[in-house]
Ligand binder design. Structure first.
Ligand SMILES: Cc1ncc(COP(=O)(O)O)c(C=O)c1O
Length: 440
């Protein structure tokens, strides 16, 4: 059974040198979590520049779904590199783009005709969906959610409401976007409890927002994550999306679901929306779609994607090498990784729940499949976020060879590659618990 292997103090001498070079030249805006200088990746393992081996429970933020450098993905990307690297899919045609679009239309939720736009990053797919919703509906307003993260470009950032630091200094934002509370039942904005709340967070939109500041007939789209990712891995109650979508339909509002973090098998279903039984009008995909090659997609009902020639495009969107990597990633994911995410997600969750019994600082455990999180609190009664503990815990796990990431205010997320095994889950749980007990 392989375990993390640390040969130098962390960070090691070479890592420290490279970080010093990085800090003089790279943008200081990058929110680096800790001093990992990644050098090689294989499966669930990352080797740093000093030869230390870490167990990766981040997947490069839920991206390397098939593990680092999956041999099949590498082979298909290499073959594509050797035959055609680029030929701008906006101006010309190429096969990998058409094949991937057909595949995405087939596997995404909804048994209806679809159309697909390929882009490069999550934010770009969100921008495209937001623009398209305005185009198609002829309406210019949108509803998004407190806690949401949709990306950093101006339109996507305008929809984002995750951390103030992400917006500070960048106004004015795209006008007409109204943020409302998400179904965050651990910290309900209305201080109610599910199910007796009867979805007050949805009623609030209809009875307050629509009646006072936002006429529903002006709203183009509701933009929502099936499970809030950066906001803290917040899983809404079972019928939330169905109720919200029904409300949207009543007013002719499009339902755009951002599966950029939750999609591609991570939650134990190919798409998180399948847990909620709702077919969105627009879906954005990125991250896990191509195992780390830059690629994103917007998939919509075909009648929604009715914009005309020249209305939207991109130089690199649907790059042949990224498309080839995506097609193989999808094959690998469909050949057992969705099931693995479900089974090992349950194992991870059970381990965390057992830990919670004896550790008062674990306020909440939530997630689906291999999208799991632990919220740390000063005390369970008041639920005061315990950010200092979270930060120490992240550093401590790194020092012991386990890579984790933060999200929300005092949350640690577990989003390992979907190929991990039971031993890896047990190793991660052991390290996490022993570090937590040490730093408490
Ligand atoms: C749900 C969601 N949407 C959009 C994005 C933005 O993706 P990108 O960083 O590729 O622009 C992210 C990134 O974390 C995300 O989690």
């Amino acid at each position: 059974m392989k375990k993390p292997c640390l040969k130098t103090p962390i960070p090691g001498p070479l890592a420290s040198q490279w970080i010093s070079r990085d800090s003089k030249i790279l943008s200081p805006s990058l929110p680096r979590e800790y001093a990992l200088v990644a050098f090689k990746g294989k499966g669930q393992w990352i080797e740093d520049i000093d030869g230390n081996e870490f167990l990766d429970f981040t997947s490069g933020i839920a991206v390397c779904s098939t593990g680092h450098c999956h041999p099949d993905v590498v082979a298909s990307a290499q073959a594509q590199l050797a035959s055609l690297i680029h030929m701008c899919g906006s101006d010309f045609y190429h096969l990998p783009m058409i094949q991937l679009a057909e595949k995405l239309a087939e596997i995404t939720p909804g048994q209806f005709e679809k159309r697909v736009l390929l882009a490069n990053s999550g934010a770009e797919a969100v921008e495209a969906g937001f623009k398209l919703a305005r185009w198609h509906s002829g309406r210019d307003k949108a509803i998004a959610f407190l806690g949401a993260f949709h990306g950093r470009t101006m339109g996507a950032l305008s929809l984002t409401a995750s951390k103030a630091v992400q917006r500070k200094g960048f106004s004015s934002f795209v006008p007409g976007i109204h943020h409302v509370p998400y179904a965050n039942c651990y910290r309900c904005a209305f201080r109610l409890t599910h199910p007796s709340c009867n979805f007050e967070c949805i009623r609030f939109i209809e009875e307050h927002i629509f009646r006072t500041i936002l006429p529903p007939e002006e709203v183009a789209v509701i933009v929502i994550e099936p499970i809030q990712g950066e906001g803290g891995y917040i899983v809404p109650p079972e019928h939330y999306h169905a109720r919200l979508k029904a409300m949207a339909e009543k007013h002719g509002i499009l339902y755009m679901v951002d599966e950029i973090q939750s999609g591609m098998g991570r939650t134990g279903k190919l798409f998180a929306m399948e847990h909620f039984g709702v077919d969105p009008d627009l879906i954005t995909l990125a991250k896990g779609i191509a195992s780390g090659m830059p690629l994103s997609a917007l998939v919509t009902r075909s009648e929604v994607m009715d914009w005309t020639r020249g209305a939207h495009g991109s130089t690199y969107g649907g790059n042949p090498v990224s498309c080839a990597a995506a097609l193989t990633s999808i094959d690998v994911i469909q050949a057992g990784l969705v099931e693995n995410a479900r089974i090992l997600g349950d194992r991870l969750r059970s381990g965390l729940l057992a830990m919670q019994q004896n550790l008062e600082c674990i306020g909440d455990i939530r997630g689906l499949g291999l999208m799991q999180a632990v919220e740390l609190v000063v005390d369970r009664e008041l639920k005061t976020p315990y950010k200092a503990l979270r930060d120490k815990l992240l550093q401590g796990c790194f020092q012991k060879g386990l890579l984790l990431l933060s999200c929300g205010e005092s949350v640690i997320r577990f989003c390992p590659p979907l190929i991990i095994g039971t031993d890896d889950i047990d190793t991660a749980l052991d390290i996490f618990e022993s570090v937590l007990r040490d730093v408490l």
